[in-house]
Ligand binder design. Structure first.
Ligand code: NAD
Length: 498
C-alpha cells in the first residue's frame, strides 16, 4: 500500500510518528493509501527548514519570485490530467470538477505573478521639513495553512501562492483525507525553481494543527474548514500571538423572485446544489422561491432534474456528481435526511438508497430534494455538505431576505430576478460576504477577495485579491530626514505643531 509521508526541505520524508490515517477511494470504499500523521518533532523539522531558507527568499527580488509562479502555472497546465486524476481518486469528484478545482487555484498563481506591482508601497515626499515618509510591506516570515478535504488543490494554492510570492516560507497542513495533490504541488513548485524549504507539506490531524498553532516561529495562520474548528484555530492562534484568517462552514440561500427566468434558476440550482455532491462551501443548499406559484413551478421543474442526475465514479466522464468523501460523511448526510423527514419536511426526491451497480461499497448518496422546509428545522440550520437541496417557501421579498439575514452563516447568497431594483436592494442590505445576482455560486475571481461574514469567517482579511497581500505581509512605516545635519535645538512640541 502507498505510504504518504511529508515533503520537507524539498524532499519526501517518511513519517516517523507511528500514527497514520487511511486514505480511501470514495467510489469503491477501498483503502488505497495510508498517510502519516506528523508529530511535534516532524512539524518542528519543517519549521527549521523554512526558517533557514526564508531570509534568502525574502531578499530575492520580486520579479524572480514571480518567475517561479510563471513556471509553476505552465507545469500545472502540463500536468492537468495527472493532477485531476490523482485528486478525483482520493476526493471522489468528477475529473472535470477536479480540473475546476486546480484551475481556480492556478488563477491565484497567475494573480501573484503580479507581485512586483502588488507589493509596491506608499511614499510621501516632504511629509515635514526635509522629511520623507514611506511604508514597506515585508513578509511575515513563516506562514502556515490548514486546509479542508473539499478543494485539495485550490485552497492550498489560495494560501501558499500569495504567502510565498510575498517572500514568506510556508508550512501546509492539508486534509488527511486527500493528501496526495498537495504533495505533488510542492514537488512541482520545486521543479518550477522554488528553493527547498520555502514550501513544506506536513500531513497530520489535530495534533499537527496544535503544533502549528503553538510554534513560536510561525507568524500567521490561514485556515479553511468547518466552523467549530475555524473558531478554535482563530482563538488559539490569536492567544499564541499569531495573525489568523479562518474560514468556516456555510448555508447558502438562493432567492428566486416571481419574475425570474425559472428555467435558468432551476439549471443554476442543479449545478450549485448538486455539483461536487454538494461538498462545496459555496454550494446552494437552500432555495427560496417567493410566492406559492413560483414555488410550485420551481418544484415541478426540479423534481425530474434531480431524479435524473447521473451519479458515478470519477472514471465515468458523463457523471454529474460522484460519491461523498468518506463513509462517515455518507452516514452523517443520510442521518440528516432522516431527521428532515422526522421534522416534517416533504422529501419529494429521496436519494438515500441510491446504489450504483459495481460500486456498492462506494460512499454514494443520490440527489435529495426537500420541500416545505422551515427555519426551525435542523436540516435548515445545519450545513449538510451533501447532495441535498431544501426549498423554503417565502410569501414575499422581505420574508425571503430575512432568511439568510437571520441565518448563523454568511458565506454566499444569490438572487434570481429580472428586477434591477430588487437586485440592488438585496445586494446592499444582505449581511453576507459574497452575493450573486443571477449567478448561483458567486466565488470572486483571483483579483477580488474571497470571504464570508458571520460564522463563516473569523479574522478580517480575506483570501486572494489584494487582501491576501496584506495578510501575508507586515507594514513598516519609515520616517526619514535628509540631509540629516540640519541644526536645530531640542524640540519639546510635536513636530506637526510647527
Ligand atoms: P474540517 O474542519 O473537518 O477540517 C479542516 C482541517 O482542520 C483539516 O486539515 C483537518 O485535519 C483539521 N482538523 C480537523 N479537526 C480538527 C481539530 N479538532 N482540531 C484542529 N484541526 C482539526 O473540515 P473538512 O470536513 O475537511 O471540510 C469541510 C468544511 O470546510 C465545510 O464546513 C465547508 O463549508 C468548509 N469550507 C469552507 C470554505 C470557506 O472558504 N469558507 C471553503 C471550503 C470548505
Amino acid at each position: 500500500m502507498t505510504e504518504i509521508g511529508h515533503f520537507i526541505d524539498g524532499k519526501h520524508v517518511a513519517g516517523t510518528s507511528g500514527r497514520t490515517s487511511p486514505v480511501y477511494n470514495p467510489a469503491t470504499g477501498e483503502i488505497q493509501a495510508s498517510v502519516s500523521l506528523a508529530s511535534d518533532a516532524e512539524l518542528a523539522a519543517a519549521v527549521a527548514s523554512a526558517k533557514a531558507a526564508q531570509p534568502k527568499w525574502a531578499a530575492t527580488n520580486p520579479q524572480r519570485r514571480a518567475r517561479v509562479f510563471i513556471n509553476f502555472v505552465n507545469l500545472l497546465n502540463a500536468h492537468m490530467d495527472e493532477l485531476a486524476t490523482l485528486l478525483s481518486k482520493e476526493h471522489g469528484k468528477t475529473i472535470e470538477d477536479a480540473k475546476g478545482d486546480i484551475v481556480r487555484g492556478l488563477e491565484v498563481c497567475e494573480f501573484v505573478i503580479g507581485i512586483p506591482h502588488l507589493s509596491k508601497s506608499e511614499f510621501t515626499e516632504g511629509a515635514g521639513p526635509n522629511i520623507d515618509m514611506y511604508s514597506l510591506r515585508q513578509p511575515v516570515g513563516i506562514g502556515a495553512g490548514i486546509t479542508p478535504f473539499n478543494f485539495p488543490a485550490m485552497i492550498p494554492m489560495w494560501m501558499f501562492a500569495p504567502a510565498i510570492a510575498c517572500g514568506n516560507a510556508f508550512i501546509l497542513k492539508p486534509s488527511e483525507r486527500d493528501p496526495s495533490v498537495p504533495i505533488r504541488l510542492a514537488e512541482l513548485m520545486i521543479e518550477a525553481g522554488l528553493p527547498a524549504g520555502i514550501l513544506n507539506v506536513v500531513n497530520g490531524d489535530k495534533s499537527a494543527v496544535d503544533a502549528i498553532l503553538t510554534h513560536p516561529d510561525i507568524s500567521a495562520v490561514s485556515f479553511v474548514g468547518s466552523t467549530p474548528i475555524a473558531r478554535y484555530v482563530y482563538g488559539t492562534a490569536a492567544m499564541n500571538g499569531k495573525r489568523a484568517q479562518c474560514f468556516g462552514g456555510a448555508k447558502n440561500h438562493m432567492i428566486i423572485m416571481p419574475d425570474a427566468d425559472l428555467d435558468q434558476a432551476a439549471n443554476a440550482l442543479m449545478g450549485a446544489g448538486y455539483g461536487s455532491a454538494g461538498e462545496r462551501c459555496m454550494a446552494i443548499s437552500v432555495a427560496v422561491p417567493v410566492g406559492e406559484e413560483t414555488a410550485n413551478r420551481l418544484i415541478e421543474k426540479l423534481v425530474p432534474m434531480v431524479e435524473s442526475l447521473r451519479i458515478g465514479p470519477y472514471t465515468d466522464d458523463k457523471a454529474d456528481m460522484g460519491p461523498l468523501v468518506t463513509k462517515e460523511a455518507q452516514t452523517r448526510v443520510r442521518g440528516l435526511i432522516d431527521k428532515g423527514v422526522e421534522e416534517g419536511a416533504k422529501l419529494v426526491v429521496d436519494g438515500r438508497d441510491f446504489k450504483l451497480q459495481g460500486y456498492e461499497n462506494g460512499y454514494f448518496v443520490g440527489g435529495c430534494l426537500f420541500d416545505h422546509v422551515t427555519p426551525e428545522m435542523d436540516i435548515y440550520k445545519t450545513e449538510i455538505f451533501g447532495p441535498v437541496l431544501s426549498v423554503v417557501r417565502a410569501k414575499n421579498y422581505e420574508e425571503a431576505l430575512d432568511l439568510p439575514m437571520k441565518h448563523e452563516y454568511g458565506n454566499g447568497v444569490a438572487i434570481f430576478t429580472r428586477d434591477g431594483d430588487a437586485a440592488r436592494d438585496f445586494a446592499s442590505r444582505i449581511n453576507i460576504g459574497m452575493v450573486g445576482v443571477n449567478v448561483p455560486i458567486p466565488v470572486p475571481l483571483a483579483y477580488h477577495s474571497f470571504g464570508g461574514w458571520k460564522a463563516s469567517s473569523f479574522g478580517d482579511l480575506n483570501q486572494h485579491g489584494t487582501d491576501s497581500i496584506r495578510f501575508w505581509t507586515r507594514t513598516k512605516t519609515v520616517t526619514a530626514r535628509w540631509p540629516s545635519g540640519i541644526k536645530s535645538g531640542a524640540e519639546f512640541v510635536m513636530p506637526t505643531m510647527r
